[in-house]
Design a protein around this ligand. Sequence first.
Ligand code: MN
Length: 442
Amino acid sequence: MTTTPDFATLDETHDPALRSWVPSAEDPATDFPIQNLPFGRFRRRGIDEPWRIGVAIGDQILDLKLAREQCPWSGPAGTPAFALLEPLARGDLAAFMSMGPAARRTLRLALSQALRVDSVEGPFLELCLVPQAAAELSLPCTIGDYTDFYTGIHHATTVGTLFRPDNPLLPNYKWVPIGYHGRASSIRVSPQAVRRPRGQKAPAAGDAAPGFGPSARLDHELELGALVGRGNPLGEPVPIEEAEDRLFGLVLLNDWSARDLQAWEYQPLGPFLAKNFATTISPWVVTMEAPFERPAGDPHPMPYLDHPGNRGFGAIDLTLETWLQTGAMRDRGEAPVKLMQSNLRDAYWTLAQLIAHHTVGGCNLQTGDLLGTGTISGPAPDQGGSLLELSRGGKVPIALPGGESRTFLEDGDTLVLRAHAQRPGARRIGFGDCSGTVMQAP
Ligand code: MN
């Protein structure tokens, strides 16, 4: 596999030698070193105050409203940054997202310089930090529309095998980036309490009529979510070479799924109540400028989905994990256990291809729209990004510490998604937790 450390967006902000005056940002295990700089919307917990936009650094949040007011921002990168901070100081991340990648890179450079050891801005910005432990986070912006794709080819093959052993991958899979329009209103930020849904299920053996009740096969899906920055007008497709520039950044996404409801309802139009009751995303938006490695090599799709840049840099090397803590484990004070690990490289389609395909018929994407990748599973059976895969369709229970086991999620279970990018000679960056706890059905 060829890699491209000289990807176009690499600049001084990615230098692994950069050090921050925020001590916790120097912890090698932090998700948020100075090379990351993700955006989120927060307020101090327990205080009734307007939501603010901040940047995560170590275990702190740089409050961008205070930072704009308190800091002189006089350096060469500081002057344009002062203007770019205006919508952020107002708490309007979407206004900043809609400005596109050039504005993002300019502010990223200024924040990177200001957060480095011995910066002029350091003494001012020290007064603008809020501990993450003292903050609550909200959705980063209004999400108007949500589309979920199906780019995890190993997931599609495994799940296809469960339903159609002789024909696991449908003939369109390697031509069309399959997706469906999801439900935006039930997207919440981590940590979320997820109420187990009730609904119709296929008739039990010997019954004529379908059943109804709480889902008995509640599952998670390990996905990445991409937030749209600059949208496109209705009727004007986004060419693939411009597609990734339309994205602002990435979050983790759990597409909670009630498999028994899904099996009964999904034909002929796809998922509906099986997935519209909850979707959880992680609160920190890791921008497209974060130092991701881009492994080359892609299939050869139709021209509107193909471009040398996409073949060379379209994929992202990002390790993805799911962790589970049962209610009993929580009562015993035990930390979550890791269920599996996969990599975003395992996706068949790139993010740019999803944008190009979504808009090729003229559909307009808007600032804040969310695109889910679909469940990202690895090639091995123990790399399933959902319990449906790990339990072989609910047939093989997964053993947990303390003698417990799971086929699907039980009330009180907390499911956590995590992601990080790590390679030799570079700082590790992470996404923070995307966590949800299952509550009993009403
Ligand atoms: Mn999904």
